[in-house]
Design a protein around this ligand. Structure first.
Ligand code: ATP
Length: 315
């Protein structure tokens, strides 16, 4: 008896396309920064939290690799091989030993160089989109390995949720807490801040301090998350990069004050800034804080967002 040869039904197959992937942005609820390591990275201990400001990547088949973009800040973003989207597609193709052929399109809402990991989010979305388009069937863990080479935040943007980040942020472990929705008000600044410049500023603020800065643990933050109370969480939000971002962009002090005056539970600089995020008790409170912040006229735009959100996923 002969058996018909055909693709195994469990085998991933190329998708006819288009594949659309939505990816959230992130804030760091806790960002502990250790001393500069010999490899040029800082040791981090951070709690990532994915929030609902989204970018979208669409992938179609093509006979070369191309990228088009629309939306927030894309006029300032190079379309060439330095773009993290191109780098992600090429890295995945090299890993899977397939040709990097795709037509990619980015719809961007995450502010550029805003401390919300927009570039890493786009890289993560590209990995998920091309994996499906090319029928690679790679696991999130495998994609995260490819992503870690592209940027420290890329693995988290693949998983989303709320997670502990260690190493230089690329090692991610989910935080298992009962599901709670947190309400955020996001103050978007005019212009970005360069992440390397903010780390350099932190190093110079710390220069000569003795004993050397210790890496603050995220234990208190994780205990607060489990209590599911916004006041408790607000009391322990913290970001070691905040003093450096404030030195480089003193106006952020006014933004933080305006959020406080608008009744936010607390506010912090998101990652390397200049975006500031404010915690609210519920959706109505977030709307009121957003209105107050807008009226203060201290930032370019104000949006509300909920977290946690799932990582990059096909829609
Ligand atoms: P992080 O919080 O991860 O430090 P960020 O949110 O401050 O990052 P990004 O928007 O991720 O900043 O961009 C940082 C820089 O990365 C940009 O100024 C740009 O030069 C480069 N970049 C390359 N590709 C992209 C992309 N697809 N989207 C955004 N930035 C990109």
């Amino acid at each position: 008896m002969t058996e018909a040869w055909g693709p195994d039904d469990d085998e991933p197959r190329p998708h006819s396309g288009p594949v659309r992937v939505r990816v959230p942005s992130k804030v760091n609820l806790h960002l502990g920064v250790g001393p500069l390591r010999a490899d040029g990275y800082h040791e981090l201990n951070t709690v990532y939290h994915a929030i609902g400001i989204f970018d979208e990547i669409t992938a179609r088949h093509g006979d070369t690799l191309t990228l088009t973009m629309e939306g927030e800040g894309t006029g300032e973003l190079a379309l060439d091989e330095t773009n993290l989207i191109m780098r992600a597609a090429r890295a995945l193709a090299a890993r899977a030993r397939v040709p990097a052929y795709a037509r990619l399109h980015l719809r961007k809402s995450i502010p550029l160089a805003g401390g919300l990991a927009g570039g890493s989010a786009d890289a993560a979305a590209t990995l998920v989109a091309c994996d499906m388009l090319w029928g690679l069937g790679m696991s999130r863990e495998d994609l995260a390995e490819v992503g870690a080479e592209l940027g420290s935040d890329v693995p988290f943007m693949l998983f989303g949720g709320t997670a502990l980040g260690t190493g230089h942020g690329e090692t991610v472990s989910p935080i298992l807490a009962r599901p709670t929705t947190w309400h955020w008000v996001v103050a978007i600044a005019d212009g970005g801040l360069s992440t390397p410049a903010v780390y350099r500023e932190l190093d110079s603020l710390r220069a000569g301090s003795w004993p050397p800065p210790a890496l603050g643990s995220a234990d208190q933050l994780m205990a607060a998350l489990r209590q599911r109370d916004a006041e408790v969480l607000g009391a322990v939000l913290g970001n070691d990069l905040q003093p450096a971002a404030l030195t480089l962009r003193p106006q952020l002090g006014e933004v933080l004050k305006a959020g406080h005056d608008a009744g936010a539970i607390t506010g912090i600089v998101s990652g390397s800034g200049p975006t500031c995020v404010f915690l609210a008790a519920d959706a109505g409170h977030a709307q009121r804080v957003a209105a107050g912040l807008e009226a203060a006229g201290v930032c370019r735009a104000v949006v509300t967002a909920r977290g946690p959100q799932p990582g990059a996923r096909v829609i």
